[in-house]
Design a protein around this ligand. Sequence first.
Ligand SMILES: CC[C@@H](C(=O)O)C(=O)SCCNC(=O)CCNC(=O)[C@H](O)C(C)(C)COP(=O)(O)OP(=O)(O)OC[C@H]1O[C@@H](n2cnc3c(N)ncnc32)[C@H](O)[C@@H]1OP(=O)(O)O
Ligand code: CO
Length: 144
Amino acid sequence: MLTNVEHIGIAVRDIAASNDLFTKLLGVQPYKAETVETEGVATSFFRINQTKIELLEALTAASPIARFLEKKGEGIHHIAFEVDDIYAEMDRLKGEGFILLSETPKTGADNKLVCFLHPKGTNGVLIELCQERKIATKDLTPSH
Ligand SMILES: CC[C@@H](C(=O)O)C(=O)SCCNC(=O)CCNC(=O)[C@H](O)C(C)(C)COP(=O)(O)OP(=O)(O)OC[C@H]1O[C@@H](n2cnc3c(N)ncnc32)[C@H](O)[C@@H]1OP(=O)(O)O
Ligand SMILES: [Co+2]
């Protein structure tokens, strides 16, 4: 099940300049910055109540963000939905005919499991599914 919008991803050319811009716009500073090597991106995150904004700058020419900036310029790059069970959602959405961009979940920011749906199958909007990694409850039970 999709439970809520987890974040909105915005592609930017210069994350330092955009951090200043979004700090002025939102009235809060980014609460974290993270490099995600597998996607070739530097990110920063802003939060207002439950709403999260992810700024993304390309670190390599092969990054999806570099290609996006080249073709479309800066702007909204993706919408990420939190899911309770990413494997179940990937199966369900594949069954509904959506195009998954990976067969298995990848590791995203915050060590979450993520999977993308191709924008060609979603009215031109890149969709990210993301799920918190679950810690087995037995790992939290104190041993006696
Ligand atoms: C930080 C980690 C993580 C998190 O935890 O939050 C992230 O958010 S990572 C974000 C960056 N990673 C990704 O975007 C991974 C998924 N994306 C991809 O695999 C690719 O970008 C793509 C969607 C498959 C497109 O790649 P490719 O086919 O190589 O690029 P093209 O430039 O040729 O695009 C083809 C086609 O698709 C359109 N497009 C591309 N990106 C988007 C987009 N974000 N939104 C809407 N449309 C998009 C592009 O314009 C092309 O259209 P046409 O020109 O009409 O063919
Ligand atoms: Co994202």
